[in-house]
Design a binder for this molecule. Structure first.
Ligand code: LIP
Length: 260
């Protein structure tokens, strides 16, 4: 694939993320206060907007890149050599409950390696974007991870979902607390990883996260000077993996606390 073809995918991903985010924000502001909640599983929310936004993204990508594969959290798809992996709304629980903390996550993966990663938070109008080897940006301005070296001054977000036994999560949480880290959990893995790339927090860890939630954000962190585990293994594309991203000085401690 030529540099121009990758540049085309990068620019298209940014434009599609913004369009999808505008639709998500419209639906968020239109939601009825009657709390009609639907679930895919325990604490795993499903909204009509997830599917609607994913259909929009899939259509735009098919128009622009008909030979690429597509895989979305809601509708599934296929994993070919060139594949787009998409979470239309990461942070669905908050979206469903009227809390403005969610984003769209779009990654382009070639031969099992993320080449383009884009996340858009429509409520804050923040577009995080990265191309492999070309750095990471927020709304076009370069970003980098925090300079924190002392975990006692750090903020670490520890994600969780019902895919993981709670006692494993609580073991990692207790270890982080014992090291003096400030531990948070917000509910969007994608935004949590992006916040590491921009230095708003110093690490994001989760014992299991899906590829469509995290692949774009992991590239952001790598291109912003951070460290990431070998997240996108061949197994991870379809079945997920644990994720660890952080400012480089915290790598050893993060790997140790996550060894459960
Ligand atoms: C989210 C993930 C994250 C998890 C959240 C939630 P979703 O995905 O990004 O890993 O900690 O609970 O599952 O379901 O909002 O797209």
């Amino acid at each position: 694939m030529t540099d121009l073809q990758l540049t085309h995918r990068y620019l298209a991903a940014c434009a599609i993320a913004r369009e999808a985010g505008r639709l998500t924000r419209l639906r968020f502001e239109q939601r009825d206060e009657a709390l009609t909640l639907k679930f895919k599983g325990p604490q795993d929310y499903l909204t009509e907007t997830d599917a609607e936004v994913e259909r929009l993204i899939a259509a735009r990508i098919a128009e622009a890149f008909p030979d690429d594969d597509f895989f979305g959290e809601e509708g599934g798809g296929s994993f070919g050599r060139d594949v787009w992996i998409v979470d239309p709304i990461d942070g669905t629980a908050d979206f469903a409950r009227g809390v403005a903390h969610f984003c769209v996550s779009i990654a382009f993966v070639r031969d099992g390696r993320t080449e383009v990663g884009v996340l858009y938070d429509p409520m804050r109008d923040e577009l995080f974007a990265a191309r492999r080897g070309a750095g990471a940006t927020l709304n076009g301005a370069p970003i980098k991870v925090s300079p924190i070296t002392d975990i006692r001054q750090s903020v670490v977000e520890l994600g969780w979902s019902s895919r993981v036994a709670f006692d494993s999560y609580s073991t990692v949480h207790a270890r982080l607390h014992a090291l003096g880290a400030g531990v948070k959990r917000r509910g969007s893995g994608a935004l949590g990883i992006a916040y590491v790339a921009i230095g708003r927090q110093d690490a994001y860890c989760e014992l299991h996260i899906n590829s469509w939630d995290a692949a774009a954000g992991v590239l952001l962190v790598e291109e912003a000077g951070g460290w990431a585990n070998d997240f996108l293994t061949p197994e991870c594309l379809q079945h997920g993996n644990r994720v660890m991203v952080c400012t480089p000085a915290l790598r050893e401690q993060i790997e140790r606390v996550m060894d459960v």
